[in-house]
Design a protein around this ligand. Structure first.
Ligand code: GAL
Length: 927
């Protein structure tokens, strides 16, 4: 079966321009539109290395590069509550400034459905003679960088207020303008090919020039996008690429990062090729014996002649390393397409895979995957080969009691977390190993699902989720037309929401991990009745149009069952409302939204819709900080003297405290237990992240994480683990037991265990055996009087000893212990080792309050990329090689130098302490 689709017009620039550009490079010949015999049908080349970078526009350049007119706004304190009502869009005053938008908007055309709404590029070049875009510009004084690159993570941090960037955006210098340049060497053999620039993410308002010509750009910093460089390319030599990015201040509620912070690729194809994200595989029928795989392949014909194309797709199983294993398990083909010049056509087909190995989340299922290899032939030659990895799985949404999300027929309670995009000390610069480490720790927690809050993640993040078997809510926006911060993406929403959403879905629709599209988070349109619901309706229709197989949701912290918004979405996503907001007695009198528990009301109003908690908890803590007295309840807001210390800007790690609108984990568990039709929860948040340091906006990073910014586990980790992995024997005592100033004082002891009862001992003396009552998720010994020594817990399950834990009073810091997460690394310039430095006493016991400044030295073929300690208040640079321990720990991130295998030695020193050392071997990867 074939169908013809009308494609937006190709870039109307004429080759005349190109010949003009070619004059700059002597000895070049340019031929356009030649359908030559291909050597390699498709190349996807990483162009991450060897860029030049500078901040700011060229001095004295009078062109005034303006992407879009922005409203004038005043710098403001950014510590308003996360759940404050979003307000009306900023007003943009009339202006006669030249904006480059008309040259940028056409980049969105392939993702605009109605032909009449597509944009036409003005005939004239918008910009000429901008120094930084010119071939001959000497950029040797610019910084030399490799991508992914975040211009802000090196700091320095802004401190105080009104100096540029407050706590909300992470106090790092992400706002501003940055330029990147790279010379692309394109062989003469590239003549006649289609050549694309593929950017996985650029923060933000990107504009791209090639050989001095404005090619296009994309404003949304989290989107992945493609520009067709073909009309501007001069094959047979150097081509000058220049990218300008422009991050507005006051534009985000968290740290956005700045720069070309994800991977960038050059894709070369023959003029007839599989279109961008041109495959769509679905698995409508699945049984143990057989699965039906439906596929659609969009083929673009960028040549000047009509093309008759044969499309064949073969399916191979992928092994655990993502490599095709064995011979094809199914073959679809051959579909024949006749495609007019400048048009696209879609090949559709269906095939059966016998005895399919299904994709599903561990531990009960396995994330098995397949790859579909699509081959295009034209005039007797293979002109393209395109791979799409996918999974065969059935996801059912069942709103009934005890059901929720069923994967391959099995109920999978969502034990999810929310994750922002940054990677802690690495800033926003994407790194595969760092992302993998995040997921590995979440897996250890018992987490099986991630909500990508509140924007498209790096594509590799979804690849990792596929591989590891996490379920994913793929979310696109934090705001629509109404704003949360004055210069956030509400400014571009009207023009870009369709291209942003369609491109996200086309990019991500083949990932088996993605089970739900979220079109927004706590948007202001919750407050605008039918008008707001109309916006939601439009977005949901787009999502269904692009992907009829997955439902939509939007995360609601305000909309109630009797309002229009929840009617529109397929799945009810509730932020905090399920268990109630600011309604428990400990929260009485706080300012902001107050809501009684809503699960029952939503279930009654929408019996046909699955309900899940898109955000739960918003609990707060600083790892290893215990403040006294301790709340006697199960959930309380952070207050000075009870849970919080506004002077030190730290929150107690007793794990009872939350943001004003949140609840402790314990309270959320009880609410989930009471409402078994709820499909599960996504905790705010899995890891700490840069920015949004509620409740202390003088700090740099969040307190919400179950895991801190450096990747160290907070006590809360064990609270979730005890519930999410009920058959994993574990017990965990808090607090630490090194309190020389508390001798004789009451020091409550809490135990998290997957057991059902436990006995606590202090220096061998029993302090009693306690059993979890209904709705109890921790065991508490509130009256323990501190004496130094050993605190031990023995946990029981079903009457038998199940697990033990012990904490001992530590002496003064005496030694440093270094523990790398892996002792072998790939010497590819990307792979990372994460080394934990622990300050211990002379017996090797963790000194839990140590804050020594640790000096780090590295030798051999490696470099220290970043350091951290997880302290939200630390303003030490992430690049520093001297780093204070925070409650006994610090982290060093080391990278092997590309192509130089060998032994890296890392040493940690503190004057007066025994030195700590470790070594890591780097190896060349075998193919
Ligand atoms: C929610 C919001 C999240 C985050 C969280 C914790 O209201 O959706 O993005 O801000 O609160 O503050």
């Amino acid at each position: 079966m074939t169908s013809l689709v009308t494609r937006p017009p190709l870039n109307p620039l004429r080759p005349v321009k190109l010949l003009a550009a070619a004059v700059l490079i002597p000895g070049l010949a340019f031929t356009s539109g030649v359908l030559s015999a291909p050597a390699a049908p498709r190349e996807r080349i990483s162009i991450n290395d060897h860029w030049r970078f500078t901040k700011g526009d060229p001095e004295g350049d009078s062109t005034g590069l303006i992407y879009d007119v922005r409203p004038e706004v005043e710098d403001r304190k950014d510590d308003q509550a996360a759940d404050a009502e979003p307000t009306e869009a900023e007003k943009i005053a009339a202006t006669n400034k030249l904006v480059l938008k008309p040259w940028i908007l056409p980049a969105g055309n392939p993702f605009i459905k109605a032909p009449a709404k597509r944009h036409v590029r003005p005939a004239a070049d918008a910009t000429t003679n901008i120094a930084y875009t010119q071939f001959n510009f000497d950029d040797r004084s610019w910084q030399s960088v490799n991508l992914p690159h975040d211009w802000a993570s090196a700091g320095p941090f802004y401190t105080g207020w009104g100096n540029g960037v407050g706590g909300g955006m992470g106090r790092l210098p992400s706002p501003g303008i940055g330029w990147y340049r790279k010379s692309l060497d394109l062989p003469a053999g590239d003549a006649g090919k289609s050549i694309f620039l593929d950017v996985d993410g650029a923060m933000s308002y990107a504009m791209v020039w090639l050989n001095g010509h404005l090619v296009g750009g994309w404003p949304y910093g989290y989107a992945s996008w493609r520009l067709d460089l073909t009309p501007f390319i001069v094959p047979g030599g150097a081509n000058q690429l220049a990218v300008r990015l422009d991050n507005p201040p006051n534009s985000s509620r968290w740290y956005p990062g700045g720069g070309l912070y994800r991977n960038v690729w050059l894709t070369k194809t023959q003029p007839v090729h599989v279109g961008q994200w041109g495959t769509q595989l679905t698995t409508p029928e699945i049984s143990r014996e057989c699965a039906t795989v439906n596929f659609r392949v969009t083929v673009d014909n960028n040549s000047k002649q009509s093309a008759k194309v044969g499309v064949v797709t073969e399916i191979f199983a992928l092994d655990a390393h993502g490599k095709p294993a064995g011979s094809a398990v199914a073959r679809m083909g051959s579909v024949s397409l006749q495609i007019a010049p400048g048009e696209s056509a879609v090949a559709e087909g269906s095939v059966a895979v016998k005895n399919p190995k299904l994709w599903g989340p561990p531990p009960t299922q396995q994330p098995n995957r397949y790859v579909a290899v699509t081959t295009l032939s034209h005039a007797g030659q293979v002109v393209d080969r395109y791979e799409t990895s996918f999974g065969i799985r059935a996801v059912k949404f069942d709103p009934n009691q005890g059901q929720g999300i069923l994967v391959n027929g099995e109920r999978v309670p969502l034990r999810g977390v929310n994750q922002h995009h940054d990677l802690g000390a690495l800033g926003a610069a994407f790194n595969l190993r760092a992302a993998q480490r995040q997921l590995e720790e979440l897996r250890e927690l018992g987490c099986n699902a991630v909500r990508m809050s509140h924007n498209p993640p790096a594509p590799e993040m979804l690849e990792l989720c596929d591989q590891l078997g996490f379920l994913v809510i793929d979310e696109i926006f934090d705001c629509w037309e109404r704003k949360k911060t004055p210069l956030d993406f509400h400014l571009i929403f009207p023009e870009w929401s369709e291209p942003d959403l369609r491109s996200l879905i086309r990019r991500d629709r083949n990932h088996p991990s993605v089970f739900l599209w979220s079109v927004g988070n706590e948007v202001g349109e919750q407050y605008t009745g039918e008008d707001g619901a109309k916006v939601a309706q439009r977005l949901c229709e787009i999502a269904h149009d692009e992907d009829p197989t997955r439902p939509t949701t939007t995360a609601m912290n305000y909309a109630k069952p009797n309002m229009p918004l929840p009617v529109v979405v397929d799945v009810i996503g509730l932020n905090y409302q399920g268990e109630g907001i600011r309604n428990a007695s400990a929260y009485a009198g706080l300012k902001g939204i107050t809501t009684p528990p809503q699960y029952a009301a939503f279930h009654a109003a929408f019996p046909g819709k699955v309900i899940l908690s898109t955000e739960s908890a918003a609990a707060l803590s600083s790892r290893g900080e215990y403040l006294f007295p301790v709340s006697g309840g199960i959930s309380a807001p952070v207050k000075n003297g009870l849970g919080g210390d506004s002077k030190k800007q730290q929150v107690s790690a007793y794990e009872l405290y939350s943001a004003d609108f949140g609840s402790s984990a314990d309270k959320v568990f009880a609410a989930q237990e009471k409402h078994p039709y709820v499909a599960g929860e996504f905790v705010w948040s899995g890891w700490d992240y840069l920015g949004e340091p509620t409740p202390y906006y003088g700090a740099r990073s969040s307190y919400f994480g179950v895991i801190d910014l450096a990747g160290f586990k907070k006590d809360r980790f064990y609270l979730y683990q005890s519930r999410w992995r009920p058959e994993f024997p574990m017990a965990h005592i808090l607090p630490h037991w090194t309190w020389p100033e508390r001798i004789g004082q009451v020091t409550p002891v809490h135990v998290f265990t997957s057991g059902d009862e436990a006995e606590l001992f202090l220096n061998g003396r029993s302090l009693g055996r306690k059993k979890k009552g209904p709705d109890e998720y921790r065991l508490r010994w509130n009256d323990v009087v501190y004496q130094p020594g050993t605190l031990k817990v023995v946990a029981y399950k079903r009457g038998k000893v199940w697990a033990t834990d012990e904490v001992r009073t530590a002496g003064d810091p005496a030694k440093l212990k270094l523990a790398p997460d892996r002792d072998k690394l790939s010497a590819d310039g990307n792979d990372l080792a994460f080394i934990t430095v622990t300050v211990t006493d002379k017996h090797g016991r963790v000194a839990p309050r140590a804050d020594n400044r640790i000096h780090l030295d590295i030798e051999g073929p490696g470099e220290i990329v970043a350091t951290d300690n997880g302290d939200p208040t630390s303003f030490e640079s992430f690049q520093a090689h001297d780093r204070k321990a925070f409650n006994g720990l610090c982290l060093v991130i080391v990278r092997g130098i590309s192509g130089q295998p060998g032994k890296i030695q890392l040493a940690a020193t503190v004057a007066g302490l025994e030195i700590g050392a470790t070594s890591i071997t780097t190896i060349l990867k075998t193919k």
